[in-house]
Design a protein around this ligand. Sequence first.
Ligand code: NAD
Ligand code: GLY
Length: 363
Amino acid sequence: MDNLRVELGERSYDIIIRNGSLNDLGEIALRSGLKGAAAVVTNPLVKRLYGTRATNSLKKAGFKPFFITIPDGERYKNLKSLSVIFDELIAKRGERTTPIIALGGGVIGDLAGFAAATYLRGVPFVQVPTTLLSQVDSSVGGKTGVNHPRGKNLIGAFYQPRVVVIDPEVLKTLAPRELKAGFAEVAKYGVIWDEKFFSFLEEKVAEILTLGSSVTEAIRTSCEIKASVVGSDERESGLRAILNFGHTFGHAIEANAGYGRVKHGEAVAIGMCMAADMAESSGFCKKGVLSRIEGLLKAAGLPVVSKIRISPKDYLKALRIDKKVSAGRLRFVLPTRLGAVDIAEVSEAKITEFFRKKTERKR
Ligand code: NAD
Ligand code: GLY
């Protein structure tokens, strides 16, 4: 199969999706114009599972790789870990040509990407995503950054990788809960862009979650959609905001639960249902969209309502610092039908009304 490409002029890059591609990492990095020392940023678990394969491949291609290992977990996606990466890069005399290779899930990818964007004002960056979520979403598109105690991803930069190397085989070691969390982002693409893809997911959900042959197709279609969106709006001045479908409520859930307690993908699953509910109850889309989204997510074993009780007041507090807030007005990505979304400004009064009706329906 041909490689996918994110078209961004001189910053265009390939997304390589192939079983076993991790073994060719060195060769791929070389072909992407990189050479010399290479910093492999990872965590202890991924290092133990795939560190040797990655560094052997890099060595074979003539690189001199060294590891920078950050503890595992969302709570380490912070400025302190960034400092650790800088300290190591300086100690190893990393130069402007020294690539940073992110080997891990979205936490490592976002953190290593931000380090690559800022160390010596920018060094080459390679994404080797190892979770489903990072393979279908975070490794593509150049959003990098860290969390602030008051909000997710509040500090960061747009910084595109030179190449993305996706090996679906590494998902075999991923915990089922992580696989499901990644599936939420896959489902997102069906809702925002492609009803046919949504139907494909409804049919193949069990096969995808047991890593049958459809998983590569699901990853590929997800990356294709993400590449199209990013290619036409890299810095989220318009269209790219649709990729945040479910994330506005999702981030509010993550912030209220405490980072790491609810997985990002789980929060997005609940957030997508809340957004579809809001769309239906405000007449933004016809009835039926929510039940199909809920059906697919439930079939994937994902939560569709928050187990953590969050008051409308706490939701609003978190929603107010969402990155889509413009001139103080809250903005949501809402489905107009399955396969299409639009951005809607929703007043705080309407949001409060939505929560009130939701509570009444539950009674
Ligand atoms: P993660 O990086 O924490 O990985 C989840 C767990 O899986 C970790 O414990 C990790 O060690 C483990 N793991 C990774 N690969 C493995 C493998 N192959 N086998 C076994 N275990 C493995 O979480 P995630 O879900 O990959 O990423 C979530 C992060 O991504 C969040 O911080 C979120 O904000 C960010 N994100 C960023 C973007 C973006 O565009 N930059 C998009 C979506 C999400
Ligand atoms: N995950 C949202 C984006 O990349 O824009």
